[in-house]
Design a protein around this ligand. Structure first.
Ligand code: FNR
Length: 186
């Protein structure tokens, strides 16, 4: 199963990137998880959408070829960071490659609530007509106090969190196998 990961942080020591890399390694026998460089995308500009930069075309192809998407989002001011919104905006236009793709969402923050507000907004954005990305019902992964749950190398060490994510990933895989990717009605 080929899954692409969109990580909403451009920070070198991003916890969300570390969480995604941890998942990439831990589930390597179940998922081919590729992290796409959305932090290198230019700002979306409607003037450019019919003739977009090469990186937009490259990432778009990867999403198109994937069986599903992993969103890993930080929380910025009670929402998702611009890096992630910018990527969603690019891929919701012209060739709308997010439509019908089955997605799972994770998020990590140092705060106790672990990106609850950002994920609520992300689910709303993913339901927009040009996006229409399916999200795994329930199975919400909020990794709060993440700085206390990772070692200095960014490995998730908290056993309860690891087991919870194991369950969610198994549920996600079973769901993706049953999900029919449909065409756009728009
Ligand atoms: C934050 N942070 C934050 N955390 C949170 O739980 N709720 C919030 O609303 C915000 N808002 C916010 C705004 C801005 C501009 C920044 C830079 C940060 C803290 C944030 O969760 C923390 O920096 C994470 O470590 C960011 O994720 P990465 O980059 O580590 O993946």
């Amino acid at each position: 199963m080929r899954i692409v990961a969109l990580v909403g942080s451009n920070r070198k020591d991003s916890y969300n990137m570390k969480l995604t890399t941890f998942m990439q390694n831990r589930y390597a026998n179940k998922l081919e998880l590729e992290i796409l460089p959305i932090d290198h995308l230019p700002f979306y500009n409607e003037d450019d959408e019919l003739n977009p930069p090469e990186i937009v075309k490259e990432i778009r192809e990867k999403i198109k070829e994937s069986d599903g998407i992993l969103f890993a989002t930080p929380e910025y001011n009670a929402s998702i960071p611009a890096v992630l919104k910018n990527a969603i905006d690019w891929f919701s236009r012209v060739e709308k490659v997010l439509i019908g793709k089955p997605a799972m969402i994770v998020g990590a923050s140092q705060g106790a609530l672990g990106t609850v507000k950002a994920q609520l907004q992300l689910r709303q954005i993913l339901n927009a007509p040009g996006v229409s990305t399916l999200t795994l019902p329930g199975n919400e992964v909020y990794v709060g106090s993440v700085h206390e749950k990772m070692d200095e190398n960014g490995n998730l060490m908290d056993e309860a969190t690891i087991q919870f994510i194991d369950t969610v990933v198994n549920n996600y895989i079973a769901w993706v196998e049953k999900t029919v990717v449909y065409e756009s009605a728009y």
